[in-house]
Design a protein around this ligand. Structure first.
Ligand code: M6R
Length: 610
């Protein structure tokens, strides 16, 4: 959840570290810090509560601290409130070690007590300080030896960057269950929690695996396994442009990423459609496996879970196999019924969400096969899956996901068609109908995005409502869940999404004159049923914002206060169109409310703590 960057080379490290942190700030943004070693100056540490700008102003953009090796960190607090002293880097009592950390040290209390008994004085409330102090405790002149002893002593999930004042020609990087990449340059090297921080300087990266330790110098990188035996890493070339991780004239990354969805859909889907067929070269399934498959278990968190909810409706219909969707954070602890004939579909934009990763490992331990849908190439979930399909959405920076959600949905359509074809559960006519509509979908997405001014107007009518409900049935319900999450995470308005038929079993008591209900009625087989629910809330005084397809727009407009229309398409693909107005609505509501849209309070882009 935090951002880590490290640099070693010939240039001044400060500005490079701050530049890297500015690209990682979406991972955590309650405080930030730098540790830079300068000849004659020793280890200099500057930390500041608040956004990165505070640190940048304090250090004149990093230029005020001299030295060509250092670490930077932007924090999302877990242990200890956001404050200067709890910010990273955390430093050992003797000032020799500085440590930046992403993750949680689970046994830090016990280690802290142990060190306190030895006379060590702690200054912060963080679990990370334990690591800095433990390094000092074990250090006898051998840096890697001390690191190794610390790793054997701590439990939990972590990515560390470590600098030692005795060895200023080295940076140490370590990871377990938290991402860390190495950027390989000419005469310099970098470490970071995300490629976005290094891409300006080098496109050659390698991915540290769990338990590995890397030592970076100006001229090279040596990686060791958990037993400190040297190991070789494969270099990967990152081929996306730096502009993909910049705002490109938009006020917010979220706005840019919403508008990028037609293109992201094209990039994800079109190369996988050849001569009217879905071609998934990345997958290795056959008919025998799919026939024997007892269940498809979808595992994910947040918006990725909502993709799973939509996929369930489509996949069960297409495959005639049971599909169970479960929150990754629940999966591990619910004694799941998984056999070797169970396929788990793991959905994650980042590929690093710890709940999803842990659930996936549990599913594999129980014998299930794992197919993952991931956006970040080389991420842990992608690497540990039996099969992976990448969403080619490009880097997603805004904390609230939009284009990753859309491309995940797109991949579930492709997987559904591919499996149904192998199983023989889809007619050629139906198959062709869906593929034709897939090809038309980007243009239809563009048409929906053209309605953004109208949606902004609607947002201006309702932006100060204290509570907003979303109702829908079937696929519309699944999309309502996402619309509601989008709204609450960036605008801080209380919101709930309900299966429309369920409303009268309790929640309708919350509807009173003026309550806003967003009613999704694009799934036409259930249009009339949904409209009955709309009448129920209208008769209790609700304002209703309706969302439906063009062909039912006039019908809906007779009953609701405002209608948003999306183009008709194959019912299976409706979520892709429906979600856009809801993303735009959330965005404009948050804009009216003056919220920090790309960095909503309390959130971080990649949730690497349980
Ligand atoms: O990277 P992942 O897809 O695994 O992330 C899962 C959720 O944390 C994520 O979708 C979260 O709900 C977003 N903030 C929603 O906008």
């Amino acid at each position: 959840m935090c951002g880590i960057v490290g640099f070693i080379g010939a240039e001044e490290a400060g500005p490079i570290l701050l530049d890297g942190l500015s690209r990682l700030e979406y991972r955590g943004y309650d405080s930030a810090g730098l540790a830079i070693y300068g000849a004659g100056q020793g280890l200099q540490v500057v930390k500041a509560k608040g956004r990165l700008k505070v640190l940048s102003d304090l250090t004149q953009g990093g230029a005020a601290i001299h030295g060509s090796v250092g670490l930077g960190h932007t924090r999302w607090a877990t242990h200890g409130e956001p404050s200067d002293v709890n910010s990273h880097p955390q430093v050992s009592g003797d000032g020799r070690f500085a440590v930046v950390h992403n993750g949680i040290i689970e046994n830090y209390v016990e280690i802290k007590e142990f060190l306190e008994r030895k006379g060590v004085r702690f200054v912060s409330q963080t679990d990370t300080e334990v690591v800095a102090q433990l390094l000092e405790y074990y250090y006898t002149g051998d840096l890697l030896g001390a690191v190794s002893k610390v790793l054997h002593r701590i439990d939990g999930a972590y990515a560390f960057g470590i600098i030692c004042a005795d060895c200023p020609d080295k940076l140490v990087a370590v990871r377990k269950d938290s991402p860390l990449i190495l950027g390989h340059g000419e005469g310099f090297n970098l470490l970071a929690s995300d490629v976005t921080a290094v891409i300006k300087y080098t496109r050659e990266v390698s991915y540290l695996d769990d338990g590995e330790v890397a030592v970076l110098t100006t001229d090279g990188v040596q990686v060791y396994d958990a037993y400190l035996q040297p190991t070789e890493k494969e270099l990967c070339h990152v081929d996306w442009e730096i502009s993909a991780a910049e705002k490109g004239g938009y006020e917010h990354f979220m706005a840019k990423e919403i508008m990028e969805q037609p293109e992201a859909f094209r990039k994800t889907v079109f190369p996988r459609l050849k001569d009217g067929r879905v071609v998934l070269d990345d997958l290795h399934f056959d008919q025998a496996y799919l026939r024997g498959m007892d269940k498809l278990y979808v595992i994910a968190c947040g918006s990725s879970y909502h993709v799973g909810m939509a996929a369930k409706y489509n996949l069960e219909k297409l495959l005639r196999k049971p599909v169970e969707v479960t929150l990754a954070s629940e999966f591990r602890y619910c004694d799941p019924i998984v056999t070797e004939n169970t396929l788990t579909l793991v959905i994650s934009q980042s590929g690093e969400t710890i709940d999803t990763l842990a659930a996936m490992r549990e599913a594999r331990r129980l014998g299930a096969r794992v197919l993952s849908v991931v956006n970040v190439v080389g991420s842990t979930i992608a690497r540990e899956s039996d099969d992976v399909i990448y969403t080619w959405a490009g880097p997603e920076i805004a904390v609230a996901t939009t284009k990753a959600y859309s491309t995940q949905l797109a991949v579930t359509y492709l997987v559904g068609l591919y499996f149904a074809d192998l199983l023989g559960t889809i007619s050629p006519e139906e198959y062709e109908a869906v593929v034709s509509e897939l090809l038309l979908l980007p243009t239809k997405l563009e048409a929906v995005l053209e309605q953004r001014e109208r949606i902004q107007y609607m947002a201006s009518l309702y932006f100060n409502h204290p509570s907003i409900f979303f109702i829908g049935r079937n696929l519309d319900y699944a999309v309502g869940l996402e619309g509601s999450l989008k709204l609450k995470e960036i605008s801080y308005i209380h919101s709930e999404a309900y299966a429309a038929g369920e409303l009268k079993h309790g929640t309708i008591s919350l509807i009173e004159p003026g309550t806003l209900v967003v009613a999704l009625a694009s799934y036409t087989p259930l249009f009339e049923k949904l409209m009955s629910n709309v009448v129920e809330v209208k008769s209790r005084g609700a304002d209703v914002l309706g969302l439906t397809v063009e062909s039912r727009g006039d019908d809906m407009a007779k009953t609701v206060d405002h209608t948003i229309r999306v183009p008709d398409t194959h019912p299976m693909l409706l979520p892709s169109l429906d979600v856009l107005p809801l993303q735009l609505f959330a965005y404009y509501v948050a804009l009216q409310r003056g919220c920090d849209i790309d960095k909503p309070r309390n959130l971080a882009k990649s949730v690497t703590v349980e």
